[in-house]
Design a protein around this ligand. Structure first.
Ligand code: MG
Length: 252
């Protein structure tokens, strides 16, 4: 498989799918409060995407049983929604994909549940900012690892570590396309970015070490040392100038 550069028409469809995924993420974020179960949030996301004419991309993907991944505290990614109720002080990573007219929008963010510790809030803010540092290099002519290195530098300068085992990715008609977009590495490596490429940049940042483990459910990824983890993701379009965020939301 090679990198698929999108036509203007495909980009327009990517914008629409991106807007839907971003709206689903915003809706989910507004639901994060103490006492709400993760399956309640998942159900709302499912109905919202369906009534908007889309399909929840994650549902059934590789056998995943839900429309969103909801990962709490030391859970990094791929948490399965269920009966667990959110508690005051939790940090809640919600990852949503929406397929609309054959194209995918993929985005995520970590939300504080009620009042969180200063350290948890700092982790959320640094993770988000590491995405924006990364995409300063997401423009035609740069290489993929120019993004990776900038994400890593920002996270590590703030005393955090970057998950190695999971990475960002190209996105389009398929949720996972070429190229892989790691959140670590030396600059100047990997494929050269070309106008019309669409990729999902998604820092996963741990407060402790970068090592992870996977629960026996085969999905839920946790930090190996039990430290908190945060996630922030947008699907973006490579242009000659600044990247265009396809899953833009002004509140997240
Ligand atoms: Mg993704």
């Amino acid at each position: 498989m090679s990198i698929i550069v999108k036509s203007d028409h495909q980009i327009d469809l990517m914008r629409k799918a991106g807007r839907l995924a971003a709206a689903a993420r915003s809706l989910a974020g507004q639901m994060v409060e103490p006492g709400v179960s993760t399956q309640t949030i998942n159900k709302e996301i499912f109905h919202f995407i369906r009534k908007s004419g889309g399909q929840p991309t994650f549902l059934g993907y590789g056998g995943f049983p839900a429309s969103a991944c909801i990962s709490i505290n030391d859970q990094v990614i791929h948490g399965i929604p269920g009966t667990r109720r959110l508690a005051e002080g939790d940090i809640v990573s919600i990852d949503v994909g929406a397929t609309l007219n054959g194209y995918v929008g993929d985005c995520a963010a970590t939300f504080p549940c009620g009042s969180c510790s200063e350290e948890a809030m700092r982790l959320i803010a640094v993770t988000r900012q590491s995405f924006f540092e990364g995409i300063k290099n997401a423009r035609a002519g740069c290489r993929v690892s120019d993004i990776s290195a900038a994400v890593q530098a920002h996270a590590e300068a703030n005393g955090y570590s970057v998950v190695r085992d999971y990475v960002g990715h190209g996105v389009g008609a398929q949720m996972h396309e070429e190229p892989e977009v790691p959140n670590f590495g030396r600059p100047g490596h990997g494929p050269r970015l070309v106008k019309g490429m669409t990729i999902a940049v998604e820092p996963m940042i741990n407060a402790g070490g970068w090592e992870i483990k996977v629960l026996p459910d085969g999905w839920t990824v946790l930090t190996a040392d039990g430290s908190l983890s945060a996630h922030y993701e947008n699907s973006i379009l490579i242009t000659d100038g600044e990247a265009e965020i396809l899953t833009f939301a002004d509140d997240i």
